[in-house]
Design a protein around this ligand. Structure first.
Ligand code: ZN
Length: 245
C-alpha cells in the first residue's frame, strides 16, 4: 500500500488541498490527528479527509474541540481558536471527531503503531528528543511508530547493536529505507509547520517498497491568513503561518 501520511492539518484547507494535489499516487491516507484547531476551515478539513480510504486518530485539539480534553490545558490563543472551532463545527463533524481514538495500529500484527503524541501518552507527549524517543522504544514493541503533535518532521532510529537512539534528518524527496529498522517517524505539519519552513509538510509511506519519503509543498498562506482575520482568530496564530514557527 502507498499511504500519504498527514498530521496537524489544523483547519487549514488551502494547505490540505495543496498536499493532496502535490502527493504522488496513493491508495489511502493516514492522519495522525489535530485535523482542527488554530485555523479557519474546520468543517472543510474534517469532510475532505473522509473523501479517501482513511485511517485517522485524534489529537489534543480534536479532543479539545469535542470536550474530550480540558480546554484550560491549552494556551490562550489555542483556547480562543478552540472555542471558535466548537461553535463552527457541524453536528456530523463533531460526531466524526468524537469517534476517533487517540492511538491505533495500521497492521494486524501491531508492528506499525500510530499515535498523535506517543504510545504512552497518546495526545500530549512530544517526541522531539532522543530521550523521549528512547523511553518509547524501550517501553513498546513497535517496528514503526508514526507520530505528529510537534509539527516538526523528525526521524529517530533505534540502533539495536548500541542500544541507543540516533536522530536522522529527513530530506524532502529522499526516501528513507525502512527494511528491518525500528523507527519513530513524524511527517511534520500540514497546516502549521514549526520548523522555520512555512511550506506544508507530509510524508509518503510505501509498505511494499518499504520507504518513507518526506515532502514539502507551498500553499497560498495569505488565503488562510485572510480567512483567519475574517473570522477574528488570534493575531499570533495568523502571523506565525508565514514564518513556519
Ligand atoms: Zn497540532
Amino acid at each position: 500500500m502507498r499511504y500519504i501520511v498527514i498530521s496537524d492539518i489544523h483547519s487549514n484547507a488551502p494547505a490540505l488541498e495543496a498536499v493532496l494535489r502535490d502527493a504522488p499516487a496513493f491508495d489511502a491516507i493516514i492522519c495522525l490527528g489535530d485535523i482542527v484547531g488554530y485555523g479557519p476551515d474546520p468543517n472543510a478539513c474534517v469532510e475532505r479527509v473522509q473523501d479517501f480510504d482513511l485511517t485517522c486518530i485524534s489529537g489534543n485539539h480534536d479532543q479539545g474541540a469535542v470536550g474530550q480534553a480540558d480546554v484550560l490545558i491549552f494556551n490562550r490563543d489555542a483556547r480562543e481558536a478552540l472555542s471558535w472551532t466548537q461553535r463552527e463545527l457541524t453536528e456530523a463533524n463533531l460526531g466524526f471527531l468524537r469517534g476517533l481514538s487517540p492511538s491505533g495500529v495500521l497492521d494486524d500484527d501491531g508492528r506499525i503503531v500510530l499515535a498523535h503524541g506517543s504510545p504512552r501518552d497518546p495526545v500530549w507527549e512530544y517526541i522531539v528528543d532522543p530521550s523521549a524517543a528512547t523511553q518509547n522504544f524501550r517501553q513498546f514493541g513497535f517496528q514503526l511508530l508514526l507520530v505528529g503533535h510537534s509539527h516538526l518532521p523528525l526521524i529517530f532510529e533505534w540502533l539495536y547493536d548500541q542500544q541507543r537512539v540516533q536522530s536522522l534528518r529527513p530530506e524532502p524527496g529522499v526516501p528513507v529505507v525502512l527494511d528491518g529498522r525500528r523507527l519513530i517517524l513524524n511527517p511534520g505539519s500540514v497546516g502549521q509547520p514549526r520548523d522555520g519552513n512555512p511550506q506544508a509538510s507530509y510524508a509518503m509511506l510505501d509498505t511494499e517498497a518499504l520507504t518513507w519519503t518526506l515532502h514539502r509543498t507551498p500553499y497560498p498562506v495569505e488565503i488562510t491568513q485572510e480567512r483567519m482575520r475574517a473570522n477574528g482568530l488570534p493575531r499570533r496564530l495568523i502571523d506565525r503561518l508565514e514564518i513556519g514557527r
